[in-house]
Design a protein around this ligand. Structure first.
Ligand code: SAM
Length: 268
């Protein structure tokens, strides 16, 4: 990491600490609508967790996925760089009775990750957090060492083609053979080269934090260089019948456009 990336990463930690309460309340025990519809089902399918597997959840936030994996019988170590979010995650997890271990760890710190042990995990998860990190190569490299051979890393991130590149949402009206219909579209003006930029996040999120858009060849290319292979991919979108009932310009309206990209990378 260069100095500017380090500064942004430190700033990111302070901002996540500040909005830990908002994030925890937004997601509650099981995640908000976005997570329940777009993130969790695809991640669970790609992960195909078996009981007693050892999983490392990186950027665990308020612990929604960690709790779900523990409920499915996994032994979970969940890490995040925000102490305030870890406190929230722990408080929500204790009443479930599942023994999840939470620890403070910066996912850009390759040696801190690697210190968790060679081949210690059957799976590693990182949901909606890669786009918040200034560098991801250290995490991919560490994943290759932390996973047992054949182990998998499942990621979910804002879709680079339809979401993290900050498209303009459009709604237009036209006469479709006598029916007045709304045509929903996204106007894309950038994809290949978008510098880190602050974004609003979820509606009502108190403090914008920096997002790091990565085109697909970077998002996956850095994983391939680290020694991971892509062997599963899903592009979840909102179900059409629910989306068409949502007001124009709302994110949930775009049933033709996947807002999330989920993928499984494997240590070979
Ligand atoms: C958008 S939240 C997602 C949380 C959770 N994984 C989920 O899917 O709900 C992003 C999380 O990544 C964490 N994060 C961002 N950068 C990080 C870093 N460098 N190291 C560890 N955690 C980080 C934040 O603290 C926050 O909890």
């Amino acid at each position: 990491m260069n100095d500017e990336q380090r500064r942004l990463n430190d700033e990111g930690r302070a901002i996540w600490d500040q909005k830990a309460a908002f994030w925890d309340e937004l997601h509650g025990d099981n995640g908000n609508l976005f997570h329940r519809t777009l993130v969790s089902p695809a991640v669970e399918r790609l992960l195909a967790l078996r009981p007693d597997e050892r999983v490392l959840d990186v950027g665990c936030g308020s612990g929604v996925l960690a709790r779900r994996m523990a409920e499915l019988g996994a032994q979970v170590l969940a890490v995040d760089f925000s102490a305030a979010l870890l406190e929230r995650a722990l408080a929500r997890s204790q009443p479930t009775g599942h023994p999840i271990t939470y620890a403070q760890l910066d996912a850009t710190d390759e040696s801190a990750l690697a210190a968790l042990g060679e081949g210690q995990f059957d799976a590693l998860t990182c949901t909606m957090a890669l786009m918040d990190m200034p560098v991801i190569a250290p995490l991919y490299r560490a994943a290759c060492r932390l996973l047992r051979p054949g182990g998998r890393m499942v990621i979910a991130t804002a879709h680079p083609a339809f979401n993290s590149n900050n498209p303009v949402r459009m709604a237009e009206m036209r006469d479709d053979g006598g029916d007045i219909i709304t045509v929903d579209s996204l106007k894309i003006s950038a994809y290949l080269d978008i510098p880190p930029v602050k974004g609003a996040g979820a509606p009502g999120e108190p403090t914008p934090h920096t997002y790091y858009h990565r085109p697909l060849h970077n998002l996956f290319g850095e994983a391939f260089v680290a020694g991971l292979l892509l062997d599963g991919l899903e592009e979840p979108a909102f179900p059409k019948d629910e989306a068409v009932q949502v007001a124009p310009l709302r994110l949930y309206r775009y049933w033709q456009m996947p807002m999330v990209l989920t993928a499984r990378l494997r240590r070979v």
